[in-house]
Design a protein around this ligand. Structure first.
Ligand code: ME8
Length: 554
C-alpha cells in the first residue's frame, strides 16, 4: 500500500534580508512536524523558499548597486545556507524567479481570467512596500516625527510635516498609487468562504481558534476585490492576458505552494501531495492565507489546504526586531555560539504556538541548562557511568522474572517492586507520553510534548536519587537490583528519546548510540517509530563518550 502523504510549508521569505532568528522559528516548527510525520511512517514533502518578485528586492538590489538577478542569486544562496546550517531538512527549495513557477502562475492566472474572476479597473490607493500590501486609513497609525511616538489614526487628527500617517509595522508613509490594474473578484467568493469556514470538516482550518475567529469576523465585515498586478513594475511574472503588466506578490507567491507539487525539481510529479497538510505562517500574513488563498484556489480549481498554523510574533529581550536597533539575531551564528537545541527548546517550549513571545537570552540559557544539560544529559551520563562499572549489559530478560507469566513491558513495570516508591505518578507520565505523543503532534502541541517529556524526566531523576544506584552498586548482594534499576532508567530514556527525536535529532541519535541502539536513526528515518516504541531492548554500554549536552555559562 502506498504511504500516506504529508505536505508542510514555511512562508515564502522575502529576500531583502537574510533570514533572522524569527524566520527560523517558523522553519523549526515545520522541521519538527515534518520529522515526526516521517518517523511515523508518512511520505513527507517539506518546502521552503524565497519570495523574489517583489519591489523590496528590487529596491535593495539598487541600494547595493547590483543588478537584480545577481542580487537574487546571492540572497537565495544565503537563505539556503541558513536552513542547511540549522539542519532544517526541507525536501524542496524554490525561488519564485524559476521558470517552472512562472509557468504555473501564468496557467492559473489564465484559468481565473477565463472564468471571469479577473477584470481591469483604475484605482487610487496607498501602498506599503514593506508589507507589499495596499492600505486603508484604518490600517495606519499616526507618527510624531519628533517624539517618535505613535497613536491611533482618526479623521480628527491634523496631518502636518511632523505628524505622519504611517504603516504600524514599518513606520513609513505608504506610497500613493494611481494605476489601471487587474483585479481579482474576491467579493464573488464571500459566501463560499463563509460556508467553508463554518463547515464541520474545516472547523480547524486556521489554528489557533482566536486567529480563526479574527478571520471570520473580517470576512463578515468587508470583502473587497484586490489588485493582482502592477502597471509600473517590470520585474515579475507577466500576465498571460496582458503582457504589459506583471502580477505582484500575493498571486505570485502563494501559488508557489502548488508549483512544487505540479512541477517538483526532481522532474517528476508530486501532485498527490496537494492539498498541503499545513501552511505555517505568522499572524502578519494570516489574512492572505486564510482569505485570499482559498478564494484563489477555488477560482483556479484546486482543493483547499487542510490547516493554517498561525504563530505569534517574537520580540528580542523585550524589543521589536529591527535593523536599526541591532537586535537582529543571525540564527546560524547564534546556534554556533550556543546550540541549535537551545533555540529549538526555548522557542517551542516557552510559548504555545499562536501566542506572542519574547526571546529572553538569559532565560533561554537557564532553560537549556536545567532541561537538556541537567535533567536529560546528566541522567544519561549517570546510567552510562554506572553500567560501565557493572558488566556493561543491561538485559531485557530481567522482564521475565518479575512479571511471572507475561513478558509485557507494562505488566512488568506495574508489578515491579522498585516502583512502589512514589506515586505522583511516574507510570501515568510515561503512559501519557507514549499514548498521547501522536495526538499531540497531530494537534501541533509541541510545547505539550516537551513539557510532558521533561516532567517525566523530573520524576525519573527523583526515582534515581531515591534508589541511589551509585550506593547500591557497592553492595555485592544488590548487584542484580542495581542492574534492574539501571535497565529501567535506560528503557525510559529510550522512550523519552523517541518522543524528543523530532526536536533534537542529532542528540537523540547520539543517545541511542550510547545505549547500543545503533540502528535507531536509520529505523526511525524509515518510518518505524511505532515499532520501536513497542520494542523490548537490551542495552549494551560500551564507553562513556562525551557528555550529551554541555552546560552553557551565562
Ligand atoms: O511575509 N516573530 O515574507 P517575510 C515570529 N514573502 N515570526 C516572524 C517574525 C517575528 N518577529 N518575523 C518574521 C513574507 N517572522 C512574504 C510571505 S507567503 C506566500 C509570502 C516569520 O520574509 C513569520 O513566519 O516577511 C512570518 O509570517 C514570516 O517570517 C514573514 O516573512
Amino acid at each position: 500500500m502506498p504511504k500516506e502523504t504529508f505536505f508542510i510549508t514555511t512562508p515564502i521569505y522575502y529576500t531583502n534580508w537574510v533570514p533572522h532568528i524569527w524566520h527560523a522559528y517558523s522553519s523549526i516548527i515545520c522541521d519538527t512536524l515534518a520529522r515526526y510525520q516521517k518517523i511515523n511512517g508518512k511520505k513527507v514533502k517539506f518546502s521552503t523558499w524565497v519570495d523574489e518578485n517583489s519591489q523590496k528586492a528590487v529596491l535593495k538590489a539598487t541600494e547595493m548597486n547590483m543588478e537584480i538577478m545577481p542580487y537574487l542569486d546571492m540572497m537565495a544562496e544565503k537563505h539556503k545556507a541558513v536552513w542547511d546550517g540549522l539542519n532544517i531538512k526541507y525536501t524542496d527549495f524554490i525561488r519564485t524567479t524559476e521558470e517552472r513557477h512562472h509557468k504555473l502562475v501564468r496557467e492559473v492566472l489564465q484559468k481565473c481570467y477565463d472564468n471571469g474572476d479577473i477584470y481591469q479597473a483604475e484605482y487610487e490607493w496607498m501602498y506599503c512596500v514593506g508589507c507589499e500590501a495596499f492600505k486603508k486609513d484604518e490600517d495606519l497609525v499616526c507618527l510624531n516625527k519628533t517624539t517618535k511616538e505613535t497613536f491611533p489614526f482618526s479623521s480628527k487628527v491634523k496631518m502636518s510635516e511632523n505628524i505622519l500617517k504611517v504603516c504600524p509595522d514599518h513606520l513609513t508613509e505608504p506610497q500613493k498609487i494611481k494605476e489601471k490594474n487587474w483585479f481579482f473578484r474576491l467579493s464573488k467568493y464571500e459566501n463560499f468562504l463563509k460556508d467553508f469556514y463554518h463547515s464541520p470538516e474545516w472547523k480547524n482550518f486556521v489554528i489557533p481558534d482566536n486567529r480563526f475567529n479574527e478571520v471570520k469576523a473580517f470576512v463578515g465585515r468587508w470583502l473587497e476585490d484586490f489588485s493582482i498586478s502592477r502597471e509600473t513594475n517590470t520585474f515579475g511574472i507577466k500576465l498571460p492576458f496582458d503582457e504589459t503588466q506583471v502580477t505582484y506578490v500575493w498571486f505570485d507567491a502563494l501559488f508557489n505552494y502548488v508549483t512544487v507539487c505540479k512541477y517538483p525539481d526532481n522532474g517528476g510529479n508530486d501532485e498527490a501531495f496537494w492539498p498541503a497538510d499545513i501552511h505555517v505562517v505568522a499572524k502578519d500574513i494570516i489574512r492572505f492565507h486564510a482569505i485570499y488563498w482559498p478564494a484563489m484556489l477555488k477560482s483556479a480549481g484546486y482543493p483547499m489546504p487542510k490547516n493554517i498554523l498561525t504563530t505569534g510574533y517574537f520580540t528580542v529581550d523585550g524589543q521589536k526586531i529591527s535593523k536599526s536597533l541591532w537586535n537582529v539575531i543571525d540564527p546560524v551564528e547564534f546556534s554556533a555560539k550556543y546550540s541549535k537545541d537551545l533555540l529549538t527548546l526555548y522557542m517551542l517550549s516557552s510559548i504555545n504556538i499562536g501566542q506572542d513571545g519574547d526571546f529572553d537570552q538569559k532565560q533561554a540559557i537557564l532553560m537549556y541548562n536545567a532541561k537538556l544539560a541537567n535533567n536529560l544529559g546528566n541522567l544519561v551520563n549517570r546510567v552510562v557511568v554506572l553500567a560501565l562499572k557493572l558488566d556493561w549489559v543491561l538485559e531485557n530478560n530481567k522482564l521475565r522474572r518479575y512479571s511471572g507469566v507475561s513478558m509485557e513491558w507494562d505488566t512488568w513495570i506495574y508489578d515491579n517492586k522498585y516502583f512502589s516508591f512514589d506515586s505522583d505518578n511516574i507510570f501515568e507520565k510515561i503512559d501519557k507520553l507514549k499514548n498521547e505523543i501522536n495526538e499531540d503532534f497531530e494537534r501541533f502541541n509541541l510545547k505539550g510534548i516537551l513539557d510532558d517529556s521533561f516532567k517525566f524526566l523530573d520524576k525519573l531523576n527523583d526515582f534515581t536519587t531515591q534508589k541511589e544506584p551509585w550506593q547500591m552498586i557497592k553492595d555485592e548482594t544488590k548487584l542484580e537490583e542495581t542492574k534492574e534499576v539501571l535497565y529501567t532508567i535506560a528503557e525510559w530514556l529510550r522512550q523519552v528519546g523517541l518522543a524528543l527525536y523530532p526536536f533534537f535529532p542529532e542528540k537523540m541519535s547520539e543517545m541511542f548510540v550510547k545505549l547500543w541502539l545503533e540502528d535507531y536513526t536509520q529505523n526511525l528515518e524509515a518510518g518505524e517509530l511505532q515499532k520501536l516504541i513497542a520494542k523490548n531492548e537490551t542495552f549494551v554500554i560500551k564507553e562513556k563518550g562525551d557528555p550529551l549536552f554541555l552546560r552553557i555559562d551565562i
